[in-house]
Ligand binder design. Structure first.
Ligand code: ZN
Length: 470
């Protein structure tokens, strides 16, 4: 068997003006992509000949610039032979947002079909936060995705998609996945697969997949909420090897159940309005991590908003670490100065016109490259001790979501009473190190409440903007 494989991923956010560009992608071409994906051994065990294309993965961000996206998609499609292959395996995010195109994932599949036709199977592995279009289920033969949020089944998902592909090739079938939707938007840590009410729904999907004969995949996708398009939101994609009626029935049941449990989703983490969160941390006996959730870089936001820094100054909070704020010019100024110098800087507000800037004055205590959230290099950073607070400034958008990222810039976050991070829910490694965590409902392009997002193009009615519409 000859299998073409490819992967392009970027979780999109259509609300931020900061575009994602070609150079933002961690990129590997040809056999170099084998190190980035986890199905190579599986396919080799089946004596498959693998035809590599490209792997490109970027930090969640705004729309991918049209020509940059077309270049990436073109590289992937060009590397797929027009004939002489038995199947195609893809690993996509499912919420890639491309400028003037919207769903980049749908575009990629369409271009592949134009080239190879509809007679060979395509199997796709996706993120749990995929916003699938109606069209995508007409282009792929099997669609599966992560079954965990926070995600810890990347490999399983890739393998499941590979198994389905082999199954389709061996049986000579071209299944047609079916989709159903729930008009319900639930954000952040309220949607965890190990917690109710989602836990039971995941179990139901699992039972359908295991127990219904001929079922290839029963998949719950929560969608990514920060995409202002009609296809945004929870979607349920079911692939049966031959019976589209059965697949549609199962998808409909899951969508209906998701609607029924909409009131049962609750934030696991403590939540508060921004200034209340700071006051709660000031009064707390233990260290507190505060998520500046509206400017969450892991959800695609710009990461340049000094909103919380300004509130920390206003409330005169002490012993605070602001981790961090993206400001390329301010970092350049820090690299022109000497360690130990006192610098007066304006930071933030350079990327998103809705972001605030802040005036700070402090001692430059550290400079150096910061680790990226995928383990690579996110570029230069500077740390300033401003007396009552310390602030990390990064040249590029960064996500300080794990202890090793703080360590990469010699920063001991444990010594601060309050640590303000640009995240939604804390990543597991940080959550286990945080005595207490509060999610602050800050404004921004990754805000956690649909009513704060000012969406114009999503389907309506949509819970929680409307309720009791079924
Ligand atoms: Zn995700």
């Amino acid at each position: 068997m000859r299998i073409a494989i490819g992967s392009i991923q970027c979780e999109g956010n259509s609300l931020t003006p900061v575009k994602t560009k070609y150079s933002d992608f961690d990129y590997a071409k040809g056999e170099a992509m084998y190190k980035k994906i986890q199905v190579v051994d599986f396919f080799r065990d089946y004596n498959c000949e693998i035809v590599p294309t490209i792997y490109a993965h970027a930090l969640p961000g705004g729309a991918v610039i049209k020509e940059d996206f077309l270049r990436l998609a073109g590289e992937l499609v060009d590397a797929i032979p027009a004939s002489g292959i038995d199947g195609i395996w893809l690993y996509l995010h499912g919420a890639l947002y491309a400028e003037d195109i919207a769903s980049g994932d749908t575009y990629i599949l369409k271009e592949i079909r134009k080239k190879v036709g509809y007679d060979i199977p395509i199997s796709v592995a996706m993120d749990f936060h995929a916003d699938n279009t109606d069209e995508i289920v007409t282009l792929a033969n099997c669609i599966t995705g992560f079954r965990t949020a926070p995600h810890c089944d990347h490999k399983d998902t890739q393998i499941r998609a590979a198994k389905s592909l082999i199954y389709c090739i061996e049986k000579g079938i071209l299944p047609k996945p079916q989709i159903a939707r729930a008009n319900v938007v639930i954000c952040g840590d309220a949607v965890q697969t190990s917690q109710e009410p989602l836990k039971s729904l995941m179990l139901l999907a699992d039972n359908m997949e295991r127990n219904i004969p001929g079922m290839l995949s029963v998949q719950v996708f929560n969608g990514q909420p920060w995409i202002d398009e009609p296809y945004m939101g929870p979607n349920f994609v079911v692939t049966h090897e031959s019976c589209t009626k059965k697949a549609q029935e199962c998808a409909n049941i899951l969508a209906q159940k998701f609607y029924e449990i909409r009131h049962d989703f609750k934030f696991e983490v403590e939540t508060a309005e921004p200034e209340d969160a700071i006051r709660m941390a000031m009064e707390s006996n233990t260290q507190v991590f505060i998520s500046d959730s509206g400017d969450n870089t892991t959800a695609g936001a710009s990461g340049d908003n000094a909103y919380m820094l300004n509130r920390v100054k206003k409330l005169d909070a002490e012993n605070v670490l602001i981790a961090g704020i993206c400001d390329s010019c301010a970092v350049d100024k820090c690299y022109e100065a000497d360690l130990g110098d006192t610098l007066a800087l304006t930071i933030g507000g350079g990327l998103d016109k809705n972001s605030e800037s802040a005036e700070i004055c402090g001692t430059l205590i550290h400079r150096g490259d910061i680790l990226s959230y995928t383990g690579g290099n996110e570029g230069p950073s500077a740390t300033l001790d401003c007396g009552k607070f310390t602030v990390v400034i990064t040249k590029n958008r960064a996500a300080m979501c794990r202890p090793d990222i703080f360590e990469s810039i010699d920063l001991d976050y444990k010594k601060f009473k309050m640590v303000i991070v640009k995240l939604g829910y804390l990543f597991p490694e940080l959550a286990s190190a945080a005595p207490r965590a509060i999610l602050a409902f800050t404004p921004g392009s990754s805000c956690e409440r649909l009513q704060d997002m000012n969406m114009k193009n999503i389907r309506r009615p949509m819970f929680p903007l409307e309720d009791n519409f079924i």
